[in-house]
Design a protein around this ligand. Structure first.
Ligand code: GDP
Length: 420
């Protein structure tokens, strides 16, 4: 085993070092970590069997290997695989490329084998050309249909220590119990809790609970920022809880920007609002600051709340559900291209070496977060400022506030023109 591992590592561009998070770190893991470290390629630490709560202890122990931050996955349940994929592409200096299929799958084929759609880009591209298509047959990394209302929306509450995360979670659960009564399947453990909120099913990740679970106290302190990062990875919607008395401190900004980078839906909840003396003015200032600091999620919902009294908690939940819906939104291709024509007319793209850069076609490649691909004559010459103009205009035209928008440029004209 050792020799085989050594050979494999020597020839690899990327080593996935997989540990069993349920078993924790074993002496054999440490030995193999030494071997893995000798690679001239990159190493990604992967903590497997992280579904449910039994893996969290091993997940934390994995940091001890000194191989960086573990990526939590469940190979058996298919969780965390899209994160792993993007980490792998990052490590290799590659970027996800939407590959056109040799031919489109027909709707009947798609219906026959919905789960074989595999990963994001491919399956999403099969929808190109369905210009007015609102029926979403795509699947996510877990093979679930996007629009499945029974599937819980994964919401994480993150923030600095003492922002009030535990208080907020307890208040949410307290109120929900009163509203919904004890439901079958309502489970409470220190990692996640399922609850129903106005007919929507929500799985709440409690990062404060995660921290309490860490075995060694010292380690726990060090890991509080990593808790947030782990929660962000697992979540679809992240509620960044900040303290109204000390809003937008460095750590708040780091966590919030991480949410945007990871492409999750963001909601900012400003806690301890009961201690704010000039609420109207403060709210206006905070909204301006939020838009400035999180430009990648312009229009992000900022909700005042008092976790202690429960005031505003309902609005936080509502904002989380709305953010989720926006994050899932699909814009029909025909409407996108009508918008593109207008946007190009309003401000034409600049010229490059005497020739005007042309953008001929745009399509939404995927949602979660909304991801667009535009086909352009000279992608590398289109200035960032112009791309920002397009993204802002897109956000406004299709009502996509607060969600990270991915916008990619590809060289060429519309490659699907002959099939439209
Ligand atoms: P966590 O570390 O983010 O989980 O924060 P906690 O929930 O433990 O709260 C930290 C402190 O802030 C506790 O003393 C709470 O009672 C207090 N706190 C939490 N929410 C509120 C609030 O809405 N208003 C006020 N005034 N205090 C709060």
């Amino acid at each position: 085993m050792r020799t085989q591992s050594e050979t494999a590592v020597a020839n690899a561009d990327l080593v996935l070092f997989v540990i069993d998070a349920r078993a924790g770190i074993t002496p054999a893991d440490k030995t193999f970590a030494e071997i893995a470290r000798r690679t001239s390629g990159k190493i990604l630490l992967v903590a497997n069997k992280c579904e449910g709560k039994a893996g969290s202890g091993g997940f934390y122990e994995a940091y001890e290997l000194g191989l960086g931050e573990p990526v939590a996955i469940s190979a058996e349940h298919g969780e965390g695989l899209s994160d792993l994929e993007s980490e792998m592409l990052d490590a290799l200096g590659l970027h996800p490329v939407a590959r056109p299929k040799s031919r489109r799958r027909t709707r009947r084929e798609a219906a026959k084998a919905p789960a074989s759609a595999a990963t994001g880009a491919d399956s999403d591209l099969t929808d190109i050309g369905d210009t007015e298509d609102t029926e979403d047959t795509s699947t996510d990394d877990e093979g679930n249909a996007f629009a499945d209302p029974a599937r819980p929306i994964r919401v994480a509450i993150v923030g600095r220590p003492n922002a009030g995360k535990s208080t907020l979670v307890n208040t949410v659960l307290g109120e929900e119990r009163m509203i919904t009564g004890p439901e079958p399947g309502l489970t409470r453990d220190s990692v996640s809790t399922d609850l129903a909120w106005r007919g929507r099913s929500i799985r709440l990740f409690d990062t404060a609970g995660l921290r309490r679970k860490a075995r060694v106290q010292d380690l726990a302190e060090k890991l509080s920022a990593s808790d947030a990062i782990r929660a962000i990875r697992f979540a679809e919607v992240v509620v960044l809880l900040i303290d109204a008395n000390r809003p937008f401190e460095q750590q708040d900004l780091v966590i919030g920007n991480r949410v945007v980078e990871e492409g999750r839906a963001l909601v900012i909840a400003v806690n301890k609002w009961d201690q704010v003396t000039e609420p109207q003015k403060v709210l206006k200032d905070l909204r301006e600051t939020a838009n400035e600091k999180f430009a990648g999620a312009a229009g992000v919902a900022l909700v005042p709340v008092s976790a202690l009294s429960g005031r505003g908690v309902d609005k936080v939940m509502q904002a989380a559900v709305e953010a989720y819906d926006i994050w899932n939104r699909r814009v029909p291709t025909s409407a996108l291209n009508r918008w593109l024509d207008e946007a190009l007319t309003r401000h034409s793209p600049p010229a490059s070496s005497g020739r005007r850069i042309r953008i001929r076609y745009i399509t939404q490649a995927s949602s979660r977060p909304p991801t667009f691909i535009a086909f352009c004559s000279k992608p590398s010459d289109l200035p960032q400022a112009y791309i920002r103009y397009l993204v802002n205009s897109l956000r406004e035209a299709f009502d996509l506030p607060g969600t990270p928008i991915r916008f990619a440029l590809r060289k060429g004209a519309n490659p699907y023109a002959d099939r439209r």
